[in-house]
Design a protein around this ligand. Sequence first.
Ligand SMILES: [Zn+2]
Length: 289
Amino acid sequence: MKVEFYGVRGSTPTPGKNTLIFGGNTSCVYICLETGEDVVLDSGTGIIALGDRLEKTSGPINILLTHNHWDHIQGFPYFKPIFQAERDIVIVPGEVDCDDKDAILTQMSGSTHPVKFQQLPANIKVDAEKSQLSHFEIPGFKVSTQRLNHPDGGTAYCLMAEGKKVAYVTDNELNAPNVKHTSWQQWLEFIADADMLIHDAQYIEADLPLKLGWGHSTFSEVARLACEAKVKNLYIISHDPARTDEELLFEEQKLQVEYNNKLNIFCAREGTVVDLAKKNTAQQVKVTP
Ligand SMILES: [Zn+2]
């Protein structure tokens, strides 16, 4: 099983000289099995580069969305397979609070986009029923779900395949002061013993209390959760758009020193490919304390 990071930035794309190491594209992760079966997680601007690759293939495309905030759907209008006639694309939207489960499509309507979703030649289906299930299957993967603690709701996914477990949890506020769909204990059970946890940590302590309740976690909270759940590899995503490469390297090194020998921790970098079949799955440069 290979996990590939196409977009790791939160909120808004951030090209520029301060994001060259970690990347500026918004959320998109791609998982591919040895059988060739695959799944796309989220549809931020990272999905655009993935589209250049998938347009050369012909199989059905399965996209699991966490939620409909713009940074998780905004790459879809530029995802080349949607312009391929008869291409099958199935989208499972997150379990959001509003009645707009097809927001990924309707963003291509009205006066916000020149090409309307009804004009797309691909066979695109939004499978909203799956969003409400705690367990379901897509080709190659067993999937379980959990509700995110995030404004407007959303869904976290655990994907099991080839004897590996990958948890994708973004955007999520572990210590949300408002309505909490999922408790710390429930998260521990959901992600327990995962080979890889991909979790949002957009904030540092200094961002609070202003951003308390905005739906994201801090680096220290996420590292503690991953350690308690005996996760093997933690990849932090949804980097704050204002967080520079230098600052992310600083946060990463701090966590690596604190959790040395307990688990591998990285701030995910756009372009990183992690092959979970390899014995040592720590496949980004790890800082030596
Ligand atoms: Zn969000």
